[in-house]
Design a protein around this ligand. Structure first.
Ligand SMILES: Nc1nc2c(ncn2[C@@H]2O[C@H](COP(=O)(O)OP(=O)(O)OP(=O)(O)O)[C@@H](O)[C@H]2O)c(=O)[nH]1
Ligand SMILES: [Mg+2]
Ligand SMILES: [Zn+2]
Length: 379
């Protein structure tokens, strides 16, 4: 029997296990001369990044003003999975990304015609694992878009039709068949993180130094599948809601896990990120019947809660609309609102980043001026 997968003991981690190869080595040569070290970005904390280096040493790093300003678009900024040249310092926030190495693959989302809007989801991944289920998450139009994105990235796509334990066999197979029809080249696998169906099959895709990134809607089971592959070793604990006391188990930042048996897994946050590559329109499409009902609410900005003259509430009360679908619809509205908040926050973050760069520059300049003054006082 195969041993359970487990994350690499950090002290022993080699660059190769992290995905380093000869092409990176070659490109890195001039940076090595400057005393900089190779590091792979494993987490995007918005202002800072988590970076792993040889021997599993993790640094919290910032990008240099130059890296920031040289980036002609968001897509050119360092992203999770990127290899960078790191200048380590002595203090906190003194570890600086001096350069980003070329990407060997790049999984990103790009709106047609809006190249500045490209968002890198994962750099240098060999495989993108798209997770869905045979129930309400299944959306063939969204799947088509995923396939188009993966195709462009030079990575390979596999699709997991997860939560098979929840649906009849025929439904899982029908879902898998309709996905295969969209893309004959993609492997489509029916899985369950709960009963372990085909979890071992995913492990067959692992290879030393190769990264697999998991994408798909929130709650579809990306973290659970990774947990199932890792056994009890790795747990993604979501924040706990103060009111309900329930864990949300939602992945909030991309996280990269290096496995002792070889291979690298990247867990991604779900729907809130998916929003960034499916648009509001695609999401609403599933609920057109409800949108039609909503059109006859008394107020055009009806929140469908306690508002007077709410057609949706009436439909639920009369049984014309099931509470399940209604709740799904409300969740969607929250997700869309969340997307908008995130986009706004992102814009503010970028502005803050640029301000911070200016502050660092100002500080460096101030230090230099002090130094010059001490060396050469002009009294
Ligand atoms: N029945 C069943 N439930 C599952 C399966 N996989 C995941 N779940 C449940 O679905 C819920 C969400 O799973 P997660 O693994 O957190 O989903 P995720 O895709 O990581 O979600 P985000 O991190 O928010 O993107 C949890 O309650 C899991 O227990 C499965 O195969 N079968
Ligand atoms: Mg998750
Ligand atoms: Zn209403």
């Amino acid at each position: 029997m195969k041993e359970a997968l487990c994350p690499v003991t950090l002290q022993n981690m080699t660059l190769a296990e992290l995905g380093w190869n000869d092409d990176f080595e070659k490109e890195f040569a001039p940076f090595a001369k400057k005393g900089w070290i190779p590091a792979r970005l494993i987490r995007d904390n918005k202002i800072t990044y988590g970076a792993l280096t040889e021997g599993g040493i993790e640094y919290e790093v910032v990008m240099s003003g130059k890296v920031y300003h040289d980036a002609e678009s968001d897509a050119a900024l360092p992203a999770v999975g990127d290899w960078v040249a790191l200048e380590t310092g002595t203090g906190e926030l003194d570890h600086v990304i001096r350069a980003r190495l070329s990407r060997q693959t790049c999984f990103s989302r790009k709106e047609p015609g809006k190249s500045s809007e490209e968002q890198v989801m994962a750099a240098n991944v060999s495989m993108v694992c798209i997770v869905t289920d045979a129930g309400s998450d299944l959306n063939l139009r969204r799947m088509e878009r995923f396939f188009a994105l993966v195709n462009r990235s030079e990575a390979r796509a596999i699709v997991l039709v997860n939560k098979s334990d929840l649906f009849p066999r025929e439904q899982n197979e029908e879902a898998a068949r309709s996905i295969r029809e969209l893309n004959a080249e993609a492997d489509v696998i029916i899985t369950s993180a709960v009963n372990g169906e085909n979890v071992k099959v995913i492990e067959n895709y692992l290879e030393p130094g190769r990264s697999i990134t998991f994408v798909g809607s929130s709650g579809v089971g990306k973290s659970s599948l990774i947990n199932a592959m890792l056994g009890d070793v790795w747990q993604e604990e979501g924040e706990v809601n103060n009111v309900t006391g329930k864990g949300r188990h939602t992945t909030t930042a991309r996280e990269l896990i290096v496995l002792e048996q070889g291979g690298i897994l990247i867990d991604n946050p779900g729907i809130r990120e998916v929003q960034m590559w499916t648009d509001e329109y695609t999401l609403r499409e599933k609920f057109t019947d409800i949108e039609e009902i909503a059109a006859s609410c008394k107020f055009h900005d009806c929140k469908h809660g306690t508002d007077a003259g709410c057609a949706i509430r009436e439909a639920v009360e009369s049984g014309r609309l099931s509470t399940d679908r209604y709740e799904g619809y409300l969740k969607l509205e929250e997700e869309i609102a969340e997307l908008k908040r995130r986009l706004k926050k992102r814009k503010m973050t970028l502005e803050r980043r640029s301000k911070r760069d200016h502050k660092i520059k100002a500080r460096n300049l101030a230090d230099r001026i002090d130094l010059e003054w001490e060396e050469n006082p002009r009294l």
